[in-house]
Design a protein around this ligand. Structure first.
Ligand SMILES: *[C@@H]1O[C@H](CO)[C@@H](O)[C@H](O)[C@H]1NC(C)=O
Ligand SMILES: *[C@@H]1O[C@H](CO)[C@@H](O)[C@H](O)[C@H]1NC(C)=O
Ligand SMILES: *[C@@H]1O[C@H](CO)[C@@H](O)[C@H](O)[C@H]1NC(C)=O
Ligand SMILES: *[C@@H]1O[C@H](CO)[C@@H](O)[C@H](O)[C@H]1NC(C)=O
Ligand SMILES: *[C@@H]1O[C@H](CO)[C@@H](O)[C@H](O)[C@H]1NC(C)=O
Length: 465
């Protein structure tokens, strides 16, 4: 396998040398992302890529106003130069730069923003293309320091595109600096993936074969059989796996990790108040255990008002607090030590059922509570963070902010990042940039519910971010 791979690499390299002359082939990918808000922005990634005047060191060259706003070039006391848009007449009014974008390229977008007032303004980085508006990144901007954003863009058709910034509060000024728009060919992108696979997923192993006295046996023939996949590759299951032999065989011959679609959720375990019924999730868990399949605990509570047990929405805040507290203790104690993770307050970036009734600290309280009954890492779990760049609610920047909120709310135990991953057309540079952003939290990141809706040319959309 390894040797095959090397031969392929040699072939690829010689092909490139022939076709590309002395051109440097694959420019390295910059995986960095800085989560701290800094007094001065860092240098633009890739020296700005195709951005003209990325550091704003050459006055406003390359930049123009977008919509109705006043744009200015400013310099701080310590000499940092940047662009400012003020007197903005609407969310998208500010500054912009024009690009010619190519259809088959992957664009990585990064930069730094600051605002004149406030400490948590969502800023969207958007490209106006011939086919419409394409979101490329999100930042949460503050006044007094610079926040980094990182995202990605693919375009439908080659042509002009205009990069601009949107923030909904028109009474604040937007500042920007160290902007980078870096195109990669798909071959370059693939080479980054291959480099990472070499580095992270492979290692060299030395095997010595000895006889019963411990003497080395030269030239022994050995064979290796993979007993278990190391990479946690799984699939959701539901109760039908208990009785449907074909489904059961299909699942257990492929996967070592799972979640139950509905069977461990509150509405399944306590369909009417006080009448707990864990029989189906017990059977599923027992079956998985007997087949060596690890189970994620999904989920303790769900912040979406639509998915509460039907007796829950009419509870008073006091009753809800008591019922939810009981639920957390019940399911987590019951399965303590038997699941590998818990999704504690599912989808709490998009929804706030518990916060709306019990106050802003509700999620953090439930994480704290759950941690008293089990040592398994407690996860956030949400959708659209890597799969829908138009959705600011669960943007990587907002995800990091939610983690901070849980920490500030007093939950300091093990935490994990759950990404549901319901894709239409995966936007690879956006996915990779989002993972870079989330990685700054230094927490485990799991794609928890991967699916790709069917569409034309589906097999043509590579998946590895
Ligand atoms: C806009 O931002 C300013 C500064 O942070 C704040 O005082 C004001 O309340 C905000 N306006 C709205 C409508 O949120
Ligand atoms: C690509 O272009 C087609 C046709 O113009 C349009 O229907 C589709 O929504 C576009 N997709 C994106 C991601 O822009
Ligand atoms: C501005 O508000 C609209 C409507 O709520 C929302 O769709 C959009 O994402 C917001 N933009 C930003 C940059 O937060
Ligand atoms: C091991 O195999 C190599 C290559 O087949 C051969 O040259 C060598 O003599 C062998 N060594 C022993 C100790 O049999
Ligand atoms: C599976 O079959 C058993 C025996 O027929 C039955 O008792 C049980 O309810 C079935 N379970 C499910 C989830 O259908």
């Amino acid at each position: 396998m390894d040797i095959m791979k090397r031969e392929n690499l040699v072939l690829v390299l010689s092909y490139l040398l022939i076709t590309a002359g002395f051109e440097v082939y694959a420019q390295n990918y910059d995986y960095s992302y800085t989560a701290e808000c800094l007094k001065n922005p860092l240098k633009p990634q890739y020296n700005g890529g195709i951005v003209v005047n990325p550091e704003l060191n050459d006055d406003l060259n390359g930049w123009s106003s977008f919509g109705d706003a006043k744009i200015e070039h400013k310099v701080t006391n310590d000499g940092n130069k940047f662009i400012v848009a003020s007197e903005r007449k609407g969310p998208y009014h500010g500054f912009s730069q024009n690009f010619q974008l190519e259809k088959d390229k992957f664009y990585v977008i990064s930069g730094w923003v600051q605002v004149s007032h406030g400490d948590a303004h969502s800023v969207a980085v958007i490209f106006k293309t011939q086919n419409g508006f394409e979101h490329a990144a999100w930042a949460i901007a503050k006044s007094g320091c610079w926040s980094m954003f990182k995202g990605g863009l693919v375009v439908n058709a080659s042509g002009p595109a205009e990069l601009y910034f949107e923030t909904n509060n028109t009474s604040i000024d937007i500042w920007a600096d160290s902007i980078s728009v870096k195109p990669f060919s798909q071959e370059e992108w693939k080479s980054h993936q291959d480099q990472t696979i070499e580095k992270v997923r492979k290692s060299k192993v030395a095997i010595q074969v000895v006889d019963s006295k411990g003497m080395p046996l030269p030239n022994a023939t050995i064979s290796l059989i993979q007993g278990r996949a190391n990479f946690p590759f799984g699939c959701a299951i539901n109760k039908n796996v208990l009785n449907n032999t074909a489904y059961n065989n299909w699942f257990f011959s492929r996967f070592k990790f799972t979640v139950f679609e509905d069977e461990m959720k509150w509405y399944s375990d306590e369909p009417s108040q006080g009448k707990e019924d864990y029989s189906v999730s017990d059977s599923l868990l027992k079956l998985c255990k007997s087949r060596g399949v690890s189970v994620r605990g999904h989920n303790i509570l769900w912040d979406d008002p639509k998915f509460q047990p039907n007796w829950v929405p009419s509870l008073s805040p006091q009753q809800l607090s008591a019922a939810a507290t009981k639920r957390v203790g019940s399911v987590v104690r019951k399965y303590s030590g038997q699941v590998i993770h818990w999704d504690v307050v599912n989808e709490n970036l998009h929804f706030n059922f518990f916060e709306s009734k019990l106050g802003q600290g509700a999620s953090a309280n439930f994480y704290r509570l759950a941690s008293q009954f089990d040592k398994a890492p407690l996860f956030l779990n949400d959708f659209n963070t890597i799969e829908e760049q138009k959705d600011g609610a669960s943007s990587p920047a907002n995800y990091l902010a939610k983690i901070k909120q849980l920490r500030a709310g007093g939950y300091n135990g093990p935490l994990g990042i759950g990404l549901e991953g319901h894709f239409n057309t995966p936007n690879q540079p956006y996915i990779r940039s989002s993972l870079d952003t989330l990685a700054s939290a230094k927490l485990p990141i799991w794609i928890t519910e991967l699916d790709v809706s069917s569409g034309p040319n589906q097999e043509g959309h590579g998946f590895k971010p």
